[in-house]
Design a protein around this ligand. Structure first.
Ligand SMILES: Cc1ncc(C[n+]2csc(CCOP(=O)(O)OP(=O)(O)O)c2C)c(N)n1
Length: 379
């Protein structure tokens, strides 16, 4: 099947892994060509191609609702919900919008743009569903960056208190906000990603047991049990904090392995109450230049696909606002150590990366947490 024939996401039902892989390739091709021509978000969408296909294969999109956080990563969603043939008009007048837009498609259930709203919106839809006695699924897909926003945590706090409200949260963890993600939650997610118990055992215990005289290989069944015990001592239970908050935790799952993703989502749909599936993805997946420079290719103006270089604008432009702002701030801060630049995960967009480079002690990234940033500044 070619992507152009996919006019409804339920046509994904029953496709083989091989067919899904072909669709994934076609999505990436169209994604790259379109953004190279019109500009737009690049890395976020390329990272969720398999996640989107696998999730949609396990849902009935005529009934179930998927809410994408921010919406800047939803280009694959747009292509498989009937907008492939118009996708070339992305971000042009009367064309396909760069974010989700409710009037554009019945599959866009929530139009945001601001981060950290998806779990609240999905939980609201889940509660409304239950009040009406309906039983469709609601799924929030949220990035690890957006998870640093207070509203996402407020929603988790609420959802974890409602054990009878079915809700699936898919955490798209690529370790990046626009810049590398920051904060204690990000560090915790990283710990979960790294705590691969199988690898831990392979690397450590098996070898050590083999060296014991008389025991060696013959000790295997006992060894397995001891290994399990030691593993629990050595590695914190993956997802323990999330489980303590009332969610069932599943993961981390390889976000580019369709088979694993489909099996995990199928399982997750059967679990009652709030469930969080932790998916590990690579921002920019499939376009080596974007994988390497994940900050630079979060979003791009028109560029040359072969080199990755931006196509220079024909009109000369005045310096950007952020450039002037950063220059002014650095000049002031160099002369006054009491000046500190605070950003809510927008170091590149505000020009503060320059301050970070020059005066790192006078720079703070608080994550996507604007209200905290302002009150922190007041403090
Ligand atoms: C409230 C708010 N602050 C800042 C932004 C700017 N912004 C857009 S995307 C993004 C990073 C999102 O990171 P993540 O959720 O991990 O998604 P990824 O881009 O990594 O897929 C930021 C900071 C925003 N959209 N909303």
């Amino acid at each position: 099947m070619h992507l152009s024939e996919l006019t409804h996401p339920n046509q994904l039902h029953g496709l083989s892994i091989h067919q899904l892989e072909q669709i994934a390739r076609q999505i990436r091709e169209k994604h790259l060509q379109t953004v190279a021509t019109s500009g737009g978000h690049l890395g976020p969408g390329l990272g969720v191609v398999e996640l989107t296909l696998a999730l949609y294969q396990t849902l009935d999109l005529d009934r179930d609702k998927v809410i994408w956080d921010v919406g800047h990563q939803a280009y694959p969603h747009k292509m498989i919900t009937g907008r492939y043939n118009r996708f070339g008009t992305l971000r042009q007048k009367d064309g396909i919008a760069g974010y989700l837009k409710r009037c554009e498609s019945k599959f866009d259930h929530f139009g945001a743009g601001h981060a950290s709203t998806s779990i609240s919106a999905a939980l609201g839809m889940a509660i409304a569903r239950d009040l009406k006695g309906d039983n469709f699924k609601t799924v929030a897909v949220i990035g690890d960056g957006a998870l640093t926003g207070g509203m996402a945590l407020e929603a988790i706090n609420h959802a974890g208190h409602l054990p009878h409200t079915n809700l699936l949260v898919v955490l798209n963890d690529n370790e990046m906000s626009i810049s590398p993600n920051v904060g204690a939650i990000s560090r915790y997610l990283n710990k979960m990603r790294l705590s691969d118990p199988v690898q831990f055992l392979k690397d450590n215990l098996r070898e050590q047991f083999k060296q014991l005289p008389f025991l060696g290989e013959t000790f295997t069944p006992e060894m397995e049990r001891v290994k399990e015990g030691m593993k629990r001592l050595a590695v914190p239970k993956v997802g323990a904090v999330i489980e303590e908050l009332g969610f069932t935790y599943m993961g981390p799952v390889d976000g580019h392995n369709l088979e694993d993703l489909i099996a995990t989502f199928q399982h997750a749909h059967k679990i009652p109450g709030p469930v969080l599936v932790h998916v590990s993805t690579t921002k920019g997946k499939g376009y080596a230049i974007a994988e390497k420079d994940q900050v630079g290719y979060h979003a791009q103006s028109p560029f040359n696909l072969a080199t990755g270089k931006a196509i220079p604008s024909s009109k000369p432009k005045p310096p950007s606002y952020s450039k002037v702002f950063a220059h002014t701030l650095i000049t002031l801060a160099e002369n006054n150590p009491q000046i500190v630049g605070i950003t809510a995960a927008m170091a590149t967009g505000t020009g503060l990366t320059k301050l970070q480079e020059k005066l790192p002690k006078q720079y703070i990234d608080v994550g996507i947490a604007e209200q905290h940033a302002v009150t922190l500044a007041a403090g």
